[in-house]
Ligand binder design. Structure first.
Ligand SMILES: [Zn+2]
Length: 198
């Protein structure tokens, strides 16, 4: 027993979304079937809009509707500190902690030899060009504290060596509100290595 073809087709397409199984897809399909026509039209239009209007900024590789993006054209930001992140979502998190402070460079991934991702597959060459072209004095490498993030940070620091730019790495340690007793030895070690003067 199958639902009418149009519904089956929608269910099949919805199951291609991450985390959506057939049960959820069926529930969503029936929700849409019963929804107001204007809402369904708006939804389909916003799906097309992300394909038609969103592209990458040619400077920082942020996702944007306008090139260069609003961050690259924001005059309030200092021009000397560049924060390097893995993904646009990571940039958004840093931006919400320190609004309008840094310039960014989005790598769109990390070096991961096991998955065949080398330096040429992410935006490292473009980062190097920016360092040559822009008045950047410090590069903060804010990749994740895992093997791939650390490998990428190390690679970037190597290729920027000898240039007149300070390379820093974000600190890793016990989270705010955390407790030493529940902290793993690797994090304790990193907290001790990243200690600072009071
Ligand atoms: Zn940009």
């Amino acid at each position: 027993m199958h639902y009418p073809e149009a519904i089956e087709h929608l269910i099949t397409n919805l199951t291609r979304l991450p985390g959506i199984g057939r049960k959820t897809a069926t529930r969503l399909a029936f929700f849409l079937l019963n929804a107001n026509r204007d809402y369904v039209f708006e939804l389909s239009k916003s799906l097309m809009d992300i394909k038609d209007k969103i592209r990458l900024c040619s400077t920082c590789f942020n996702i944007t509707e306008k090139d260069p993006c609003v961050i690259c054209t924001d005059e309030r930001r200092g021009k000397e500190i560049l924060c390097v992140v893995e993904e646009p979502s990571h940039m958004m998190v840093i931006e919400s902690s320190y609004p309008n402070r840094y310039k960014f460079h989005i790598l769109h991934g990390v070096i991961n030899p096991l998955e065949g991702i080398g330096p040429d597959e992410i935006r490292i060459a473009e980062l190097k060009e920016r360092i040559e072209r822009e008045p950047i004095k410090e590069v903060i490498i804010a990749t994740n504290p895992n093997i791939e993030g650390n490998t990428t940070a190390h690679y970037i620091s190597e290729i920027l060596k000898g240039r007149n730019v300070r390379i820093t790495r974000i600190a890793f340690g016990i989270p705010v509100g955390g407790d030493i007793i529940y902290t793993d030895p690797q994090t304790i070690k990193s907290s001790l290595e990243n200690r600072k003067e009071l």
